[in-house]
Write a protein that binds this ligand. Structure first.
Ligand code: ATP
Ligand code: FE2
Length: 321
């Protein structure tokens, strides 16, 4: 079965193709936001302008023609409505024209399922850390249940805000990771409440300290503090659910220091640690293609969600998984 997956929840347009679950293509292109943030309409324009080229790039990489497709997945949400409409419209058009079944995929479920697949895991505690979301989850009765989550902003958004406070040209976690390498530790606010945590106080304190401190010290201390908070909450969740696998996934999971800390926490608790490779942790189309394939099979061709709409506020607990 050949499946096409289309992702456009935010700044990235991703088109992936898999055959019987094996990834054949994973093409993406990201709208680079101007300093200060992104206008959803501009990102959506970027996605529509690049759609055809990216689709053809994915098809030729996979050596597949549109008429050979057996299934199409698209990201239904959560995300920015103008951006979501691009993948949904593209998917609906192709599905109607070629008479191919459609699977509306929850973006976060896709971040998780591609990781489960890549790490060959069965039933992990999931540490999902990306731009808009930071959650600890387990699968229960064919849905993901949130055990703990950020009480304010997602860790990636916190990191990007910090990068903007530092006036970095590229407000991105990869830059903060690079700058942090030579930093020394400064004490910062640490907010964990059971299995929940919060990041905005940490960002505010970093912004206050910036004029007197080096960007390296701030970046380093931010990472050490935020990642330690997440590890503490994850360890508590692990004690509660007693899983023997920990999966780290989402855009921020590309950070090597975060990988190192979650791996250390897992090893101390004698459980397996897994993280997918970077192209599958950033926003991408392969995770949508794989997850659509996985869900189609799991539900024997009858995936329960037949509403081929978008849902900008789609909660993960509401998505069949
Ligand atoms: P969500 O999945 O919550 O909807 P998203 O789709 O906007 O988030 P992702 O691609 O999943 O985005 O994650 C993007 C986030 O990951 C950005 O905030 C980015 O700064 C962060 N990120 C990427 N690489 C790194 C890194 N090396 N270190 C820390 N953060 C990183
Ligand atoms: Fe994402």
């Amino acid at each position: 079965m050949i499946c096409l997956g289309i992702e456009s929840t935010a700044h990235t347009l991703g088109i992936g193709i898999c055959k019987d679950g094996a990834i054949l293509a994973n093409e993406y292109k990201s709208y680079s936001q101007p300093f200060g943030g992104m206008k959803p309409g501009d990102a959506a324009d970027f996605h529509s302008v690049n759609f055809d080229e990216l689709l053809n790039a994915a098809l030729s990489k996979a050596n597949v023609e549109l008429s050979q497709l057996n299934l199409i997945g698209y990201s239904k949400g959560p995300g920015m409505a103008p951006c979501l409409r691009i993948s949904r419209t593209g998917a609906l058009l192709l599905s109607t024209h070629y008479k191919i079944p459609l699977v509306p995929v929850h973006h976060s479920v896709a971040h998780i399922e591609i990781g489960v697949h890549e790490c060959k895991f069965k039933d992990p505690l999931v540490v999902y850390v990306s731009g808009g979301n930071t959650q600890l989850l387990v699968k229960k009765n064919d849905h993901y249940t949130v055990l703990g989550e950020t009480l304010d902003i997602g860790m990636g958004n916190a990191i990007d805000t910090l990068a903007r406070e530092m006036n970095l040209e590229k407000a991105h976690g990869g830059e903060i990771e690079r700058i942090a390498k030579t930093g020394k530790y400064i004490e910062l606010p640490y907010t964990v409440k059971g299995m929940d945590f919060a990041f905005s106080g940490l960002v505010t304190r970093c912004a206050q300290l910036l004029p007197k401190s080096t960007p390296a010290d701030i970046a380093y201390s931010f990472q050490e503090t935020a990642f330690a908070m997440l590890c503490e909450a994850a360890e508590r969740a692990l004690m509660l659910v007693k899983k023997d696998e920990v999966l780290l996934c989402g855009g921020v999971a590309q950070n090597s220091r975060l990988q190192e800390m979650v791996r250390a926490m897992s090893e101390e608790n004698k459980v397996k640690f897994g993280v997918a490779s970077n192209p599958y942790n950033r926003d991408n189309g392969a995770m949508i293609a794989y997850t659509a394939y996985y869900l189609h099979n799991k539900y024997k061709g009858n995936y329960p969600d037949k509403e081929y709409s978008i849902n900008p506020k789609y909660r993960i607990e509401d998505a069949p998984a």
